[in-house]
Design a protein. Structure first.
Length: 392
């Protein structure tokens, strides 16, 4: 019997994770990625709870993720004189296991490269769902036809725009921007480390943090910044932090020469459905929430569920997509509620003091960690028969 074909857009986490499972279920999979190669380094991502661990174990990558994990990083919230006001423990920000996004992408690629076709340096330009298949036009490559197309291309998903509608219909601006500087230079540590975080109303600066070498968050109206115009982005960040104390001036001075700089709005994807015809979305494209803390877990669980339901549907894509949504819409509810902006950059000195108080007392901290654990495990994982199991 001819294998069914799938095209996945995006080679970060969700895309290769889905490619892994689809290939194990007998699909012929192509992953297209606009970048010329895998992106190294980047922000750290984390997994927490039994559900995430179970999926990583079933993929056979848990040991490798643990081997490449970063050490826990405690964040000291400090004042302008470097006096510690509160501590955010690494167990909260780093989950059970934390790994650089680029390292995780490499692990997933290594486990799929022999069975999956990867096309780097290209992107989907147009989609035409015929009802029986999807005709795809690429920016550079020749047109091709696939049984299904999956958007795993992030919160600014091109597949979502082509198949569902403009980004403004599905992504809500959350009132903040964030910038990451020097993320690719972050050293992976096996021991416990310390980072520093400083606040003024509506603004946050951190160095040596759990997610990036340095990060800035600031409240703002929506600016419509061109994500490709890095120089304008750098000026916007400098303006937003003009006059801020602590070590911020010295970091602002280094922005102009920073080789790794990324700035974006903080947004939340709000969708009633993740599928349409023969096109589906997973990961941040479907349930993204900037700095919301659950993105990597939602990505790997969503990939596992979608591939499993496609395998069990015996070719009925509509049935598989419906079962995928039945499980993931309730599980992804945390991504439709959280807004990290006011937590990272509280709007007033009073709100800053209230947040700091919470981290100085064990009871509210334990409550937060219990809630995050509940959200991470709030799904009953099915076991799906695998057509092409990995040989041990």
């Amino acid at each position: 019997m001819t294998s069914r074909t799938a095209l996945i857009s995006g080679a970060s986490i969700a895309g290769p994770a889905l490619a892994y499972w689809l290939s194990r279920h007998g699909w012929r999979v192509t992953v297209v990625e606009r970048a010329p190669a895998l992106r190294p380094g980047g922000q750290a991502v984390d997994f927490k709870g039994e559900t995430h661990r179970t999926v990583l174990e079933r993929m056979g990558i848990l040991d490798e993720v643990i081997r490449r994990q970063t050490g826990k990083t405690d964040m000291l919230i400090v004042d302008e004189h470097d006096r510690t006001l509160a501590t955010i423990p690494g167990e909260l920000t780093g989950g059970d296991v934390e790994i650089l996004r680029g390292d995780l992408a490499e692990v997933l690629y290594e486990h799929t490269a022999d069975s999956v076709e990867y096309v780097f340096g290209d992107r989907i330009a147009a989609l035409a769902d015929t009802g029986d298949s999807v005709d795809v036009t690429f920016e550079h490559g020749a047109p091709r036809r696939f049984d299904i197309v999956i958007g795993a291309d992030g919160i600014h998903s091109a597949v979502r725009r082509l198949a569902f509608g403009e980004e403004s219909e599905f992504v809500r601006f959350l009132g903040h921007y964030y910038a990451v500087i020097g993320g690719n230079d972050r050293v992976v540590r096996s021991d416990r480390a310390t980072g520093y975080m400083y606040n003024e109303p509506g603004r946050m600066a951190s160095i040596d943090g759990p997610k990036a070498a340095s990060m800035f968050v600031f409240a703002s109206d929506e600016r419509g910044l061109d994500r490709a115009d890095v120089e304008t982005q750098k000026k916007a960040l400098a303006e937003a932090f003009s006059g801020v104390g602590w070590r911020v001036p010295e970091y602002l001075d280094s922005i102009s020469s920073a080789p790794d700089f990324y700035l974006d709005s903080m947004g939340r994807v709000e969708m009633d459905h993740y599928t349409k015809g023969r096109v589906a979305l997973i990961g941040d494209a479907a349930y993204g929430n900037t700095l919301g803390g659950f993105g990597s877990g939602l990505a790997i669980v969503g990939a596992y569920v979608l591939a499993g339901e496609l395998a069990e549907s015996d070719g009925d894509v509509g049935k598989a997509f419906a079962r995928y949504e039945e499980q993931m819409i309730p599980y992804a509810k945390i991504a439709r509620k959280a807004n990290a902006g006011p937590y990272l950059a509280p709007p007033s000195q009073r709100r800053i003091r209230m947040r700091n108080w919470m981290f100085r007392h064990s009871l509210p901290l334990r409550l937060i960690m219990r809630i995050t654990d509940k959200f991470a495990t709030d799904i009953e994982l099915r076991e799906y028969a695998v057509r092409n199991p990995v040989e041990s």
